[in-house]
Design a binder for this molecule. Sequence first.
Ligand code: PLP
Length: 220
Amino acid sequence: MTIQDKLSRVLNNLHEGVALVAVSKRHPASAVQEAYEAGQRDFGESRVQELVSKREELPEDIRWHFIGHLQTNKVKQIAPFIAMVHSIDSYKLLAEVSSRAIENHRCIDCLLQLHVAAEDTKFGMTPEECIEMLELGDWRSLDGVRICGIMCMATNTDDEQRIVSDFERAKETFELIKRRFFAAEPSFAVRSWGMSGDYALAVQHGANMVRIGSALFSEE
Ligand SMILES: *Cc1c(COP(=O)(O)O)cnc(C)c1O
């Protein structure tokens, strides 16, 4: 199957209103180009170096999403162009993205990364930590970022019940945060969860943005 075929297959499985971020990490720029030619514009990368060098070879109108763990000292490399940072896991990182955005005369869309999975290796804030950060309120004065929603990864397991409960936890947290802090802001609307193995469940349980890599780019 070509990348174009795989892309159509995935898009056919997504209903209207669900955005696809094609995760191109560890796949060459030529693979991104192929998906681009089939019409895909949103791509996700999880390492700064790989993203920066790929971007140089590829069309300017690609919207790049940063989905991996982001170190504060690397923010400046992506601030000039990144479309969305999915992996905000601390106030400190959010503040750094904001200052680098302002240096570039930009405002960067950000998602708060929730830790809902069973593994303790996954990054992100627990729902409680996330709410605590928002309650402190300092983020309100950060002019270089716009908080647009929530991102999470489910537990890496075959147990569908566990995956569903992770997504439901993220969805409840999204709704609570929306009510408490962003009720007046329609831009707080993104629920980024679901990957190749669990995106069908993800969209049944609240996702409106999925991040899919291997189902598009890996050999089968
Ligand atoms: C790699 C990755 C994905 C995509 O995973 P696939 O299983 O290849 O679809 C999604 N989100 C994050 C944060 C990732 O690192």
